[in-house]
Design a protein around this ligand. Structure first.
Ligand SMILES: *Cc1c(COP(=O)(O)O)cnc(C)c1O
Length: 230
């Protein structure tokens, strides 16, 4: 019951946030983040109507996906190593959220070309500018954009960010706004429209919706507290 109730609550809060800021109902998709939770928990969410799931580790996703019904949409939301690109593409993820460097983007384009597909990806942006974090810095992305946009076997749908946690959800608003501004700037430059913005997690997804998210990645609020030792 817990998962169904929580899922319904998150969906209602997304709808309410859409309405508050005048966005059409259904503008924002919920990616239910099932990392560390067993396939049985995902199955509960599927019974409740959820079809889009996010995993952050390739190995864990590959173990879980065969245990669940076909026709679900799986997103890889965590970092991807270059030597695992082929495996990830063969696994059939609907979207790779965390493409965080030009070298990784090039590797994905090359392997996608070999497999005869266009890899659906988002570029991860380090909106806080902290050295230690994953993602393109805003400057890097501006400088490398023309090269990235020209890579032949990528389907670059938009941008993603994991801002540093703040005291309150409001504290993360500037980081979300930053990601949207960067998207708007690159989309204006062309040649790609970059419709998707993947931002917002359990603690701040409503603010992310208000700032233009088209996908929110919510885990613990739906599935419960994570036990990383499991
Ligand atoms: C775990 C994770 C989430 C979900 O986090 P919650 O706080 O549990 O909602 C979202 N995005 C990424 C990249 C994650 O790794």
């Amino acid at each position: 019951m817990y998962i169904q109730v929580q899922l319904k609550d998150v969906l209602e809060r997304i709808r309410a946030a859409e309405e508050r800021c005048g966005r059409p109902a259904g503008s924002v998709r919920l990616v239910a983040v099932s990392k560390t939770f067993p396939a049985e928990d995902v199955a509960r969410a599927v019974e409740a109507g959820q079809t889009v799931f996010g995993e952050n580790r390739l190995q864990e996703a590959m173990e879980k996906m065969p245990l669940l019904p076909k026709g679900l949409e799986w997103h890889l939301i965590g970092p991807l190593q270059r030597n695992k690109v082929r495996k990830a593409l063969q696994q059939g993820f609907a979207l790779l959220h965390a493409v965080d460097s030009l070298r990784l983007a090039e590797a994905i384009s090359r392997v996608a070309g070999e497999l005869g597909v266009a890899a659906p990806i988002l570029l991860e942006v380090n909106v806080d500018g902290e050295e230690s974090k994953h993602g393109f810095s805003v400057e890097e992305l501006r400088n490398e954009w023309d090269g990235i946009a020209r890579l032949p076997h990528l389907d670059i749908r938009g941008l993603m960010a994991i801002p540093a946690p703040a005291e309150s959800a409001e504290g993360v608003r500037p980081a979300f706004a930053c990601l949207r501004h960067v998207r708007d700037e690159l989309a204006a430059r062309g040649p790609l429209p970059l419709p998707e913005l993947s931002m917002g997690m359990s603690h701040d997804f409503e603010v992310a919706v208000e700032e233009g998210a088209t996908m929110v990645r919510v885990g613990s609020l739906i599935f419960g507290k994570r036990d990383y030792a499991r």
